[in-house]
Design a protein around this ligand. Structure first.
Ligand SMILES: [Zn+2]
Length: 257
C-alpha cells in the first residue's frame, strides 16, 4: 500500500487518478459500462476529460479489485462474473456485513444508531409512497441503511472488503425492481431490517451478526435466481441468433435491457 501511494505521487496527481478511479468504479457499479464490455484507456480518458495516465492508474486499482479483466496484456474488459462467482461474492458479502453489524452493535455511537434508525423509518414512510419512486431511489434507501451499519463498524479495512463484494449489486438489483415492480418482495426485507435495528439498539452483537448474515444470504439468493432466469432467456435467444456463439458483449447489454 505504501509503495502504491508513493508511485501515485510520483507519476500523477493522486486526486486526478483518484477521481478517475471513483468515476470508473461508479460507471461499472451503476451498470453504465456493461459486464464484459471492452474498454480502453483512451476512450475512457476522453469520456472523463482526462489524459490516459490517471485512467491507467484507475485501471490498475480496478483490476486489483477484479472489477475489470486484462487479457493478453492489452484487451481490457469490464468483468463478467459468472453466476458461481456471484454466489460466492454473496456469501462473502453476507459474512463481512455480518461482522460489520456485530462491530456496529458493539461500537456505534448513539448518533450513528439514531441515523440507522432514521434511515429505517424513512424506508417505512416511503413504502406508502412507493409509486412515486424510481427503482433506483427505492433501492438507494435500503442501501443507505446497510451503508450506515457498515460505517458504524469503524473499520476502513472492512469497508474496502465489503465494497469489493458489493460492486456488482446495484445494477442487478435496480433491474430486478424494474422488472418485478409491485411484485418485488420489499416487505420481508423491511421486517428483517427492523429485527437487525432492534439487535443494534440492544447492543446485541451476536444477534445482529446472525440476523444480518441470514438477511443478506436470503436476498443474495433471490437476486441470483432472477439472474439465472434472465440468463436462460438470453441464452436461448443468443443460440438461435448466433450459431451457438453468444458473445459476451451483447449478452451483457441484453441483460441490462
Ligand atoms: Zn437489506
Amino acid at each position: 500500500m505504501a509503495a502504491d501511494r508513493t508511485r501515485d505521487m510520483l507519476t500523477v496527481s493522486p486526486s486526478l487518478s483518484d477521481q478517475a478511479y471513483r468515476a470508473l468504479r461508479k460507471m461499472i457499479t451503476d451498470g453504465e459500462l456493461a459486464w464484459g464490455e471492452r474498454i480502453t484507456e483512451r476512450s475512457l480518458g476522453e469520456r472523463l476529460g482526462v489524459s490516459a495516465t490517471p485512467v491507467r492508474e484507475a485501471f490498475r486499482r480496478l483490476e486489483h479489485e477484479r472489477l475489470i479483466e486484462r487479457r493478453d496484456g492489452r484487451n481490457v474488459t469490464v468483468a463478467d462474473p459468472a453466476a458461481t462467482d456471484l454466489a460466492k461474492l454473496n456469501l462473502i458479502q453476507a459474512a463481512l456485513r455480518g461482522v460489520a453489524a456485530r462491530l456496529a452493535a458493539e461500537s456505534a455511537t448513539d448518533d450513528e444508531l439514531t441515523a440507522i434508525k432514521n434511515s429505517y423509518q424513512l424506508s417505512i414512510t416511503q413504502r406508502s409512497t412507493v409509486q412515486n419512486l424510481t427503482p433506483a431511489q427505492r433501492i438507494s434507501v435500503t442501501r443507505e441503511f446497510h451503508g450506515l451499519i457498515d460505517r458504524a463498524a469503524h473499520s476502513e479495512i472492512l469497508l474496502d472488503m465489503i465494497a469489493t463484494t458489493t460492486a456488482f449489486d446495484l445494477g442487478e438489483r435496480v433491474r430486478a425492481v424494474e422488472t418485478l415492480r409491485e411484485r418485488y418482495p420489499a416487505e420481508k426485507g423491511l421486517d428483517e431490517h427492523r429485527e437487525i435495528l432492534e439487535a443494534l439498539l440492544a447492543r446485541d452483537g451476536e444477534r445482529a451478526e446472525q440476523l444480518m448474515r441470514a438477511h443478506l444470504t436470503r436476498t443474495g439468493d433471490f437476486f441470483l435466481e432472477l439472474r439465472r432466469l434472465a440468463d436462460n432467456e438470453i441464452g436461448a435467444t443468443a443460440r438461435s441468433d448466433n450459431h451457438g456463439g453468444a458473445n459476451k458483449e451483447s449478452t451483457g447489454k441484453e441483460l441490462r435491457g
